[in-house]
Design a protein around this ligand. Structure first.
Ligand code: SF4
Length: 353
């Protein structure tokens, strides 16, 4: 469909109305000729809620590999033969030191992930203690990505001052069984609801490029809207050798931009983050992704390396975007220019968030 009126579409999204399925398909299948028009409309919506501000998140993979689940995209799963570093929960001092780095990079949110279906009691207790240590030292928001969580666990996270929990839906309910057999889409939804019951804000998004159909992408966006999640990380699959999805490459930079635009039109107010796969799939068009999205990770991903923080900051600054704190206040760009941003998170990283 090439005859969508993108100006009307922006207005519709801003009015809070849901974009219908046929229009959503039209967005995903629009020609390259109208890509700039589509991006301009998505930016109108993004700008209304987020102006030209960009939020930075910093990610730490605090426990890697050794996971009993079989998520097809993940290098840490029990069925993956990918050569990744595997380690149990790292020491609290290392977690605090990673938070120090997050603060030095002007990231407003410190995201900490651990591999696994859900944390054992002893790991959970250590994680809570580490979060309290980070909170006592830094004014960082903490986002915890700990797998499936019970209501009792989310209540304890809330008491420990955790600001946000990440738990991705990953894909549509229909497609979920094609990418994982050890837990269900419903299990994931239940965790998000437990997080919300505890009064913690929710971060939940997806991974695109996993053999899903356009219908699946649209269903995922609708599900995230229905759940009213606060923050939406959009990962583009990094096919990792040794995982069942190693040979898939269904994305190109323009397709990624259309996907980001679609999520912005369906989730107008949400914080939308370009997460794993930004460098691999958007490539030279990375900065264009900031017209629909308003947030990125600075540093690396679960088990793959991201572009240098200095390049990220230059990209943001060159396009006239400014960094913001999680409370919406603007960070001094002069300060960011003086950062020593050559940091590379060499031993700690992630694939999707
Ligand atoms: S995504 Fe999480 S639950 Fe799934 S295999 Fe990877 S670490 Fe395990």
């Amino acid at each position: 469909m090439t005859n969508l009126d993108y100006s009307d579409l922006a207005q519709l999204s801003l009015s809070g109305e849901l974009i219908d399925r046929s229009t959503a398909k039209g967005i995903l299948n629009a020609t390259d000729v109208v890509l700039l028009e589509q991006l301009a409309a998505a930016y109108k919506v993004r700008h209304h809620y987020w102006s030209n501000r960009v939020r930075l998140h910093f990610l730490l993979n605090a426990q890697s590999g050794l996971c009993p689940e079989d998520c097809n995209y993940c290098s840490q799963s029990k069925i993956s033969t990918a050569e990744i570093e595997k380690y149990p929960l790292i020491a609290q001092s290392k977690i605090v030191s990673a938070a120090d780095r997050a603060a030095s990079l002007q990231a407003g949110t410190f995201c900490m992930a651990i591999s696994g279906r859900s944390p054992s009691e002893s790991v959970f207790n250590s994680v809570l203690e580490a979060f309290q240590a980070v909170k006592s030292k830094h004014d960082l928001k903490i986002c915890a990505c700990l797998g499936l969580l019970s209501e009792a666990q989310t209540q304890r996270l809330a008491k420990a001052g955790v600001d946000r929990v990440n738990h991705n839906l990953n894909t549509s309910e229909n497609h979920h069984e094609n990418i994982c057999s050890t837990h269900t889409f419903r299990d994931r939804v239940a965790t998000i609801k437990n997080v919300q019951k505890a009064g913690i804000t929710t971060c939940s998004g997806g991974i695109l490029g996993m053999n899903e159909s356009d219908e699946d992408i649209i269903d995922l966006a609708y599900s995230l809207r229905e759940l009213d999640v606060t923050s939406v990380p959009i990962n583009f699959l990094i096919p990792i050798a040794g995982t069942p999805l190693a040979d898939i490459n269904q994305l190109n930079p323009r397709r990624c931009l259309r996907i980001l635009n679609l999520f912005r039109f369906i989730l107008p107010k949400q914080e939308i983050r370009i997460a794993g796969g930004r460098e691999v799939h958007l490539r030279s068009l990375q900065v264009m992704g900031l017209y629909p999205a308003n947030s990125i990770f600075v540093g690396d991903y679960l088990t793959t390396v991201g572009q240098s923080a200095s390049n990220d900051l230059a990209m943001i600054r060159d396009a006239g975007f400014v960094l913001e704190n999680p409370d919406g206040s603007i960070l001094e760009t002069e300060n960011t220019q003086n950062l020593n941003v050559e940091f590379k998170q060499s031993e700690l990283s992630r694939d999707s968030v």
